[in-house]
Design a protein around this ligand. Sequence first.
Ligand SMILES: C[S@@+](CC[C@H](N)C(=O)[O-])C[C@H]1O[C@@H](n2cnc3c(N)ncnc32)[C@H](O)[C@@H]1O
Length: 983
Amino acid sequence: MSVSPGTGRSSSELRNITSLPVQQPPTAAVLSPPSRPGHAMVCAPMAPPEGRPGKVSAERSWPPRCGRLSAAPDDGDSAKGVAEGRAEEAADVSSAACNGGLPHDPRPPTPERDEGGEAQPPGDGDAPHSDGQTVGRVLDVMPLAFAAPQSSAVDSADGSMEDGGYIADSLIAEGKGGRGTDQLVGDGDDDAGNGDGRAVGSRADDGELETKEDQSRNKRWSTPDENPPPKRRAVYARRRFPPGCRSAAVTGIAIGGLEPSPMFGRDESNVEIESKIEEVGEATETHNCKIQESQVVDRVVLDDFSGGQHVCDHPQNVITNYSPRRDFFEEIDDRTPLDEWMRVPLVAGDGDVRSECEESIPKGTPRTHPRGLVYVKKNGKRKLKHDSINMDSLNRSGKESKCAHHVATDQIEEKDNTGLTTKRVIIQALMAPDRGPWAQRKNSISSASKSLTSRNNVKEKDATQRQELLSKLIPSTSTRNDTREDQGGFSPEDDETPLAIDVHETSNGSCVTLPSCVASGNESVGTQSKVTKIDEKSLLHESDQEPLVTVDVKYEGSLQEGNLRTHVRGLVNLKSNSEHVGLVSVKVNVAQLDAIGIFEDGTPANTISSTQRRVTRSNMKVKQCIVARELKHDGIAKDPLDRSTKVSECGNILSTDQTKENDGRGLVPNTVVLALMAPDRHPWTQGKTSIASASQPLNRRNKYLTVRQGLCLPDISEGKESIPICVINTIDDMQPVPFKYITKVIYPPSYEKTPPKGCNCTNGCSDSSECACAVKNEGEIPFNLNSAIVYTKPVIYECGPSCRCPPTCHNRVSQHGPKIQLEIFKTGKTGWGVRSPSFISSGSFICEYVGEVLQETEAERTENDEYLFDIGRDSDDEEEGSQSSTSDIMNKDVGYTIDAAKCGNVGRFINHSCSPNLHAQDVLWDHDDTRVPHVMLFAEKNIRPLQELTYDYNYNIGQVRQNGKEKIKDCFCGSSKCRLRLY
Ligand SMILES: C[S@@+](CC[C@H](N)C(=O)[O-])C[C@H]1O[C@@H](n2cnc3c(N)ncnc32)[C@H](O)[C@@H]1O
């Protein structure tokens, strides 16, 4: 059932969807390569046969000026040459690339069975899969040429999808709708489909549930007879920012010397005010850290609070929203009603700031970003002056982003060691950098880390300790360390990166030696751990010994969804010739290991088994380890080279600090494994240390913790993305329905991209008046030097292959693909979703919405409309004076849609939210054709780790129709601002 606009379809988008079959042709099939039984691929047909009974039709309206309004009735005709040609070609070429023209689900429809609903729970469509997933099947993105019919395979997807609150779509008759269904209701019948007592027609007009923008939009479009129909544009690529935001935002080439604030400016400092520190990592220590650096300003202007609904009905300009019910990282939602938040006064002028940090830092793991409480007071009153310049305590002024709730300059990174200032107040510790320094280039890591003395002390002390120990313990054999980029720098990964164990036993039965593993590189000594990371390279030769001892590491746990850990602990079961010789507790960083799937089937001697309820059992080849062959009770361990290192002793188990939290069960007679030093940084973790921040304190009741619970796939992109994208499902046993993972949009076969006129810059595009691309962007580079977008436009022009500037040009951001670790996970109610284990700062590029570019006429015939995203410019864009491309020669009457049903990337899994944290931005870089821009998703606010990534599909509630009937789909975004309906 492809009735409504699919993903990304705007509320302003109404479509005349025609001939959409309710029943499926008996030729539909689920195909599976015969050579790989159990691996099924499900594909939908390109277009349904005409005249099939049971079809539904949808009426679609177009706004004036959208170009296709008039063309709507004869849309197919007007676009016939192209559309039909496209359709045919698509079937042959483009779609075949993804679909292979595979037949569709052969199941005949039944009255009970909702074609779309059961097939794809929260959505509709005929996607022959269940709940957007397959049961027990491995995602198969293999070429369809290998696919063969396997009609039975679909059965597993039928009827079992609705776990965890999925609501099946249903195409129902007037008055038969019900909450939680995708419905068609009688046109104009407010009661129809109101199974839960809601009035369909008025739901969107519920003033309490809508923003003003919503109201305005709905007012404009909700009554087609009275109001002009909506613009064609699907998702608003532009975010409605407060006045001045765009122009006031600091760009990367503006304001010399200052690191600009992120575009969206909703830095977390306002959240962090009086908020509880999120415990990160393993709770081994807690200490109070006095924030010594903060930006304290005299004055701040808050002339617009991003719509103002969220905050400042308070006459004294209360800035911060904080809900004690929400966790620390909870976003500031500018549309969240005030009463949802506890308002926190931020004071300018006389006041007092007191900051307190409390966090847990795993031993030996320097923390870069503490989080703490900031108390802002001013004689017990709330006060904030209006002004346009922030003056810090040194009377330095910083331009602020007006869209910020409060100032956010980089001066916090520099100084103001005045610490806590009592006379002038404001906020400013703990602002979000352009990008999490822990996750990116670390160019601002100093800001956060330096701001905490104790933190720095730890770090420096660690380094000193390590160096000292290294000099003592490690002979000059570690040549390979000399080239390490992180040499001398102790990042959070140093003690956290995955390590594993391999145990060998020598003939005397008393030694444990190094395995045949890769060298991990850095020699370091655990900070407090007294564990030496031995030069594995120098020991590799010893791995030639025939292992006599096997290691079986078992991880068990009871992690809950969203409660990730960076490290698990487990027991290493030492065996010698199948005889148990002991247990050793070890700790392994599982987040990285599992997520990137470096575990592989290994030899019995080097395996780690991961078992847990509903957790995939996996053999993980141990990659790195350090093994001491002897451990004395004086706390000295000796490695195979007879180098000794101090270790902790924990009962009978001689363990390192990494394991000392364990109960120390097991007996290890004279033989001990010491492990868990910091190995190399893995490519996928470079610059991505924030996984640590996703961790939670250990639940000490869980002695055995799991390896990344619910891991379905280590990398759904199968290596196509530079950063693996794993799939996590802790809800059920299903996996995503197979699709072809692509990283670039597929244009219609007949489409020829016209290279844009590039810039000739050789100076890094720093002169925005000279850079042709900047000129197209109205004289600005929309990205700052940290690659965060700083303002939005209808279309942003990045430099591209036609330009002389290098690929590193800071006006090339989104074209390089995702740089933030993303993962697909099963949500409770909205199918699969996307999140990141990393903190994402506002303005960061997330990913592109990739799929097949279809002409809309063709898109309307797609079976599965769940993954459609209309693209192209809307009329307003031009009215607002945005630069129009000179090569914009296309027929504006032709609309295009990206269909990611069969071919797509991680973007296809991003769900809708009425309070989104992403923003869709049209970007051009490899052509100037504004009909088919790239849809790039950027973070529009700071996003805490594991928070679902969402954008606003912008459906026009009440306007999605099929066969003249309103179609309804409930929204389960869970936002306090939820409009309750997707459409
Ligand atoms: C592009 S897909 C998103 C990924 C999808 N959840 C999946 O499992 O593949 C869009 C579909 O997801 C579902 N969806 C997304 N956001 C939703 C929301 N807030 N409430 C209900 N369903 C939602 C709807 O069925 C929608 O048609």
